[in-house]
Ligand binder design. Structure first.
Ligand code: SME
Length: 155
């Protein structure tokens, strides 16, 4: 049976272990970004955007990969903001065809955004850029969701 490239189980295990040794929020988020990106292609860069106290802005709290100028994104803006306002994960196979896309570099071809939800509350999102066109299938998305669901419990 085909498997996702991202192995969510060891990542979730590492996040639980960090939580158990009293790692703080910043460390847990950074660990998630680093472990996910370590998967390699199609995972080019991984960003953890969390909704701030005002409830109106996404703040980049951790990332691994290429730097981005988008460290703060108003909820209505970009694909990241769209995922929040639509309360839905977004799998964008071709970012050049998405009118809302906020570019952060010229090499990104596809993007996957998976919400971090605690019951009805949306805490933030895992945003993954890929240099590969159509980088993420449903299985990959499901694996990322396992990590998002673990973060929702641990943060
Ligand atoms: N592409 C995102 C912006 C975030 S950067 O890719 C890290 C968007 O369209 O919202």
């Amino acid at each position: 049976m085909a498997e996702a490239t991202l192995k969510s189980k060891p990542i979730v295990k590492a996040l639980h272990a960090a939580f158990c040794r009293d790692a703080g929020r910043a460390e847990i988020l950074k660990l998630a970004a680093t472990k996910m990106r370590a998967t390699g292609p199609p995972y080019t860069s991984v960003y953890l955007y969390m909704i701030d106290e005002s409830g109106e802005t996404l703040l980049l709290e951790a990332f691994d990969g290429r730097e981005t100028e988008h460290t703060s994104i108003p909820l209505g803006r970009g694909l990241c903001g769209k995922a929040i306002t639509e309360r839905a994960d977004l799998n964008v196979p071709d970012v050049s065809a998405a009118p809302e896309y906020l570019p952060c570099n010229i090499d990104t071809r596809s993007e996957l955004i998976v919400l971090i939800r605690r019951n009805e509350e949306i805490l933030g999102q895992i945003d993954i850029d890929s240099d590969a066109p159509n980088g993420f299938d449903g299985m990959e998305q499901a694996a990322v969701k396992e990590v998002a669901d673990a973060l929702a419990v641990l943060l």
